[in-house]
Ligand binder design. Structure first.
Ligand SMILES: [Fe+2]
Ligand SMILES: [Fe+2]
Length: 484
């Protein structure tokens, strides 16, 4: 009797001279036994696609109004993951010959309710529970199900995109666990238990997120979404951000002051980077209020928003490296406040574009900031400015692709943005008159603290720097009073 060769025995099957069969992706036995119909994979992908879109939409709606800095940063990253995977999943769905694709549709009325409830979550604990205790964990489960059931050879593109998505969704959920532990008390959990149950029942009524379970019967009564949702883009900051209306120190004027040494200017570079937390506040409001664009628009803009969040964290890193407590520095709120409350989404985008185009010239833009860092000989400041400059090139391209095409030409976009910016600027003195700030000059304290860290004698002229934003915008143009 002859034993079967390893080529006719799936359990012992091997490639040439022992090479792994099927390029090592999976054993032959698994290739023989596993697989799902195209129709079913498409249906599951559509549900995951829907969930990531809803998560993205909800995070856009919450970034500006959520006061906690770290959450603004986390939502920027998690929304970026969603935007990327939405696009990749949509591309895969279109490859799977199951039209109509229906990528804009709600999979079930119950899931539609879930999306509306998450969007309308009125508090940080509610939003965190909906996002990180309910939605992202079921997305992870749906991806894991698909990965374990689909055939890695037959359905390789789905396997690949799910494998990569899983890496990032696992990160999201790990962060979610930490965020829930830090910010959601037992009392919050108890008070919100009926609402969390509603969300879970909406999923169960839809046969789980991926539709693979039997649909349960549930009476679903809208809770937070019972009242029509209205977006509020007013930016809010947590209690660590002191004196938020202070515009008493013109950062750009200091950077362009040739009498001030590069090392002192790195403080202002770190300040400018961390102040960029206002850009996700503005960009999320643009995304929350701009409808009907192709997904590539939302993906590009979300990428830029996440970059701006990274820039803010670069500044945070810079201060911590110097041993400086950044909570003693006022990071002004009026820029994002004025844009979000006074301008249309298109005007906000145009202002951003105008500012970013202003950062392109070598002598006063991102290259200049990098050269300042280089002259300071601070390796950290050099690296930060190096990447900040690289990102800015990407952002200028995103502006050209999505804004200039809407406004006609580069010149028209710049003129539109410049006018909108002037219209958005609130009279400097009004903040003071309303008692919101004294526009205190906070620069000397920061500079003296840094000098102590550097163990150098303060330079008298640098120490007495005092130029405000009273008459000069950050691009050093004169302030034009608002006509609004
Ligand atoms: Fe930036
Ligand atoms: Fe930028």
């Amino acid at each position: 009797m002859t034993l079967p060769s390893n080529r006719s025995n799936p359990d012992a099957y091997e490639g040439y001279k022992g090479l792994p069969p099927l390029v090592g992706l999976l054993p032959m036995t698994e290739a023989i036994s596993k697989g799902l119909p195209v129709e079913q994979v498409t249906s599951r992908l559509k549900r995951i696609h829907w969930a990531l879109r809803e998560a993205h939409k909800a995070m856009m709606a919450h970034i500006a109004g959520t006061p906690v800095y770290e959450l603004k940063m986390a939502f920027s990253l998690h929304a970026f993951y969603c935007a990327e995977h939405v696009e990749q999943i949509a591309t895969r769905i279109r490859e799977m010959r199951q039209p109509p694709y229906g990528l804009e549709l709600q999979p079930t009325p119950a899931l539609e309710l879930l999306g509306k409830e998450l969007l309308a979550a009125p508090t940080i604990p509610a939003f965190l529970l909906g996002l990180y205790q309910v939605l992202f964990p079921v997305v992870q489960q749906a991806i894991e199900n698909l990965l374990s059931e689909t055939n890695k050879i037959f359905d390789y593109p789905t396997y690949r995109l799910c494998r990569h998505a899983l890496l990032e969704i696992e990160d999201v959920n790990a962060y979610g666990v930490a965020a829930l532990a830090a910010l959601v008390s037992e009392d919050d959990k108890n008070a919100l238990a009926p609402w969390v149950r509603l969300l879970r029942e909406a999923i169960a009524a839809s046969g789980s997120l991926d539709g693979t379970a039997p649909c349960e019967e549930h009476q679903l009564t809208p809770s937070f979404s019972a009242k029509p949702y209205v977006y509020d883009g007013t930016p809010r900051r947590d209690e660590r951000f002191i004196d938020p209306y202070n515009m008493g120190v013109n950062a750009e004027a200091l950077l362009f002051d040739s009498d001030i040494a590069p090392r002192a200017k790195t403080l202002m570079l770190f300040y400018k980077r961390m102040r960029e937390l206002n850009v996700p506040e503005v960009m999320s409001s643009i995304l929350a209020e701009t409808h009907g664009q192709p997904w590539e628009y939302y993906r590009d803009m979300t990428r830029q928003m996440w970059d701006e969040a990274r820039h803010a964290m670069m500044g945070e890193v810079g201060f911590v490296a110097l041993g400086i407590d950044w909570t003693r520095i006022p990071f002004d709120l009026p820029w994002s406040y004025n844009l979000n409350t006074r301008l249309t989404p298109l005007e906000r985008h145009a202002v951003l574009f105008t500012i970013e185009q202003g950062l392109m010239p070598r002598d006063r833009g991102k290259q200049y900031e990098w050269e300042v860092a280089l002259a300071s000989a601070s390796p950290l400041a050099i690296t930060i400015q190096d990447y900040d400059w690289a990102d800015e090139i990407v952002h200028a391209r995103i502006g050209r692709d999505w804004l200039v095409s809407q406004l006609g030409s580069q010149q028209e976009a710049l003129a539109f943005g410049d006018k909108a910016w002037s219209n958005a600027v609130e009279d400097w003195s009004k903040w003071k008159e309303r008692g919101l700030t004294e526009h205190r000059n906070w620069w000397p304290d920061l500079y003296l603290e840094a000098c102590a860290r550097w163990q150098i004698e303060p330079d008298p002229k640098t120490r007495t720097f005092h130029v405000t934003y009273e008459g000069v915008r950050p691009d050093q143009k004169q302030v034009v009073q608002s006509c609004k």
